[in-house]
Ligand binder design. Structure first.
Ligand code: C5P
Length: 236
């Protein structure tokens, strides 16, 4: 597979064309941003961890019947994925109160919900990814009603698989963000990444944060937290 021109550079990844029009290569960087790019930094080794962990999660989810963009890992930082058009929605599932939920509703972090919540935000950096509901998404043609139903059921399925998986690693899956893409033939697949950048992961015993909140909140031990998650996920 030949790596061709760069198509896109995001905050954490670059995307390159290949000689196959239906496939692209994702290249994970160590760059880290938070608060819509206001806080910038770097987390040594993050690109490798996020690449390897995302691929592990995508393969686990595929086995459980969730279609994803994953094709093949090419190197420590590079993965071949299906070319998709990203649905401009950030889909957030929460099992426990934290982050913007705790802030918005004035509650403490750590309240365990009776059932998971789902929310969407509109993927738009200039607007700061505003919260949106399904009607807004349809009005803005971000997705059709049917696509939103598909995305919702896929997202809850991902939560069930991941919650159980992380529990087996002595990790609590607090919340996470997913992105979905549409392939050339119109099929919705899980895309982007699943990593400590996009999930809140707390150690089940100590409740220690093992995710990007260590970077966002200047808690220290950022690299160590990413390495700890990698160790538990990959067994090394
Ligand atoms: O900040 P907030 O509480 O809304 O984040 C919910 C979850 O979504 C967290 O796990 C966070 O890491 C993830 N997220 C993300 N990218 C964003 C916003 C949130 O990965 N742009």
């Amino acid at each position: 597979m030949e790596k061709k021109e760069q198509l896109y550079e995001g905050k954490a990844k670059k995307v390159f064309a290949t000689d196959d029009p239906n496939l692209v290569i994702v290249d994970y960087k160590d760059d880290a941003t938070a608060f819509n790019g206001l806080k910038k930094g770097s987390i040594a080794g993050k690109g490798v961890i996020n690449n390897v962990m995302s691929n592990h999660m995508f393969q686990l989810l595929e086995k459980q019947g969730v279609p994803t963009h994953f094709v093949e890992q090419l190197s420590e930082r590079e993965t071949l994925v299906k070319k998709v058009s990203i649905v401009p929605l950030e889909v957030i599932i929460r099992n426990i109160s934290a982050g913007s939920f705790a802030k918005r509703f004035g509650v403490e972090e750590g309240i365990v919900f009776d059932e998971p919540t789902i929310e969407f935000s509109y993927k738009n950096d200039d607007l700061g990814d505003p919260l949106m509901n399904a009607y807004h998404a349809v009005a803005l043609k971000a997705a059709t009603r049917e696509e939103i139903e598909t995305i919702k059921s896929m997202a809850f399925k991902v939560n069930e698989v991941m919650k159980q998986y992380f529990d087996s690693l002595n990790v609590i899956l607090v919340d996470f963000k997913l992105e979905f893409g549409k392939t050339a033939d119109g099929k919705i697949v899980l895309a982007d990444e699943i990593s400590p950048d996009t999930c809140r992961l707390w150690d089940k015993t100590t409740k220690e944060k093992l995710d990007k909140d260590r970077f966002r909140r200047d808690l220290g031990g950022v690299e160590e937290a990413y390495q700890e998650i990698m160790k538990r996920v990959m067994g090394k």
